[in-house]
Design a protein around this ligand. Structure first.
Ligand SMILES: Cc1ncc(COP(=O)(O)O)c(C=O)c1O
Length: 400
């Protein structure tokens, strides 16, 4: 459910049913979009809004990007694409995920550009398009080294030569993907660029023109300008984060997501008292413990037990004890400002301190992508523009 306040700001003190929420700065997404656009020149930009726009909320992000003139959006399931269409998004949508032939009519009905590499699916899309009296757009996937979806270059060339067999299909793209574009060693990425470029030369040499050849994700945009080709597919950078510490940083990005909550209870415990399930943390002296109403069911990883940190009053406070499904504990002995109701930042910045998705990922041996994509549907998404709340999405209740 999306509730958009008409005509500007929500009244201050608007009550959230839940104090734990993901705050999304639409201005930051807009600024990141502009920075990325600047370096691309004529190259087209496809905004990756899969996985609920990496936690930011796909519909609101897509609407905002559409208002800024985005050329194309990308998702990985038909449901994600249909969600956007049903919300009124009109921009071209590329479904980069695999579908089965029986799903072809749905892709056609919602004007989804489908990633394909199987002849059976090409046949099913062609039949569905003919039945609907339209052309179905496809992007042919080539596997240059990810070993996920796609055909090896040679088989892809053969399939491209066969495309006239399916007259209701319009092949507007050929795509491949980097498994490692953001590391220091670019040799495998270079090998992939070589394979993909050779295929392009072969196809074009045979007189076949396909308008969009695309392979770059965020890492490729930053470090492999020779691979930008006709279009790039960017996710993480739109949300304000570089894909790794190794990539070049030719422009500044503004983090767009903050995950916050408020302290639900504070207690002082004595030496020898334990905290939480499993009694994994024992106080060695009297300590002030604050309880946060957010837990692993919200996407806050249990592995953060005794190693995670949050920000309170601009200072770092350690997570102590095991994380519960719906709550966790922080130690605030030295932060007297931490009282019931105090704002707490799990991801984002407060004062001069910042906890990025990379910081959380490093502690739980994960990647920023996973940290972002896991913030759960119980957390309302609160959208800001110009510092004001302009919309709140709650998946649970219209009252929020
Ligand atoms: C096929 C494909 N293209 C592009 C992207 C965007 O990657 P990034 O978020 O690093 O920009 C992804 C995301 O993983 C992807 O799977």
């Amino acid at each position: 459910m999306i509730r958009v306040k008409e005509g500007g700001a929500m009244p201050p003190g608007e009550v959230f049913l839940r104090p734990s929420r993901v705050e999304v700065d639409l201005d930051a997404i807009g600024a990141n979009y502009a920075r990325i656009r600047d370096v691309l020149g004529e190259v087209k930009l496809c905004a990756v809004v899969k996985a609920d726009a990496y936690g930011a909320g796909a519909v609101m992000v897509a609407r905002h990007l559409e208002s800024l003139g985005i050329e194309r959006l990308a998702v990985v399931t038909l449901d994600e694409a249909v969600e956007l269409r049903q919300a009124g998004i009109r921009a071209p949508i590329l479904n980069m995920g695999a579908i089965f032939p029986d799903q072809a009519p749905l892709a056609v009905r919602y004007y989804i550009e489908q990633m394909v590499f199987q002849p059976e699916l090409l046949g099913a899309l062609d039949a569905a398009a003919r039945a609907a009296g339209v052309l179905a757009r496809i992007h042919l996937k080539v596997d240059t080294g990810m070993s996920r979806y796609g055909l090896p270059a040679e088989a892809a060339a053969a399939l491209i030569a066969r495309l006239p067999e399916w007259p209701a299909l319009e092949c507007i793209g050929v795509m491949t993907h980097f498994p490692m574009s953001d590391g220091l060693d670019k040799s495998f990425a270079q090998l992939q660029i070589g394979r993909f470029s050779a295929l392009r030369r072969e196809v074009e040499g045979a007189g076949r023109r396909i308008p969009l050849w695309h392979m770059c994700n965020s890492g490729g945009v930053l470090d492999l300008p020779e691979a930008h080709m006709d279009m790039v597919r960017v996710g993480l950078m739109l949300y304000g984060y570089y894909p790794s510490r190794e990539v070049r940083r030719p422009f500044d990005l503004r983090p767009a997501l903050q995950v916050r909550t408020r302290i639900a209870a504070v207690r002082t415990i004595s030496r020898g008292d334990s905290v939480g399930y499993g009694r994994r943390y024992m106080a060695e002296q009297p300590e002030r413990i604050a309880v946060l109403p957010v837990g692993y069911a919200d996407g806050y990883d249990r592995k953060l037990r005794n190693i995670g940190e949050v920000l309170v009053a601009g200072r770092r406070a350690p997570i102590v004890g095991g994380l519960c499904m719906d709550a966790c504990f922080i130690q605030v002995t030295d932060i007297p400002e931490a009282v019931e109701g105090s704002e707490v930042t799990l991801m984002g910045s407060d004062g001069g301190e910042e906890i990025s998705p990379h910081d959380i990922a490093a502690r739980i041996e994960s990647v920023s992508y996973e940290v972002m994509a896991r913030w759960g549907r119980r957390l309302p998404r609160v959208y800001r523009r110009g510092g004001e709340i302009v919309a709140i999405r709650s998946d649970l209740t219209a009252e929020n």
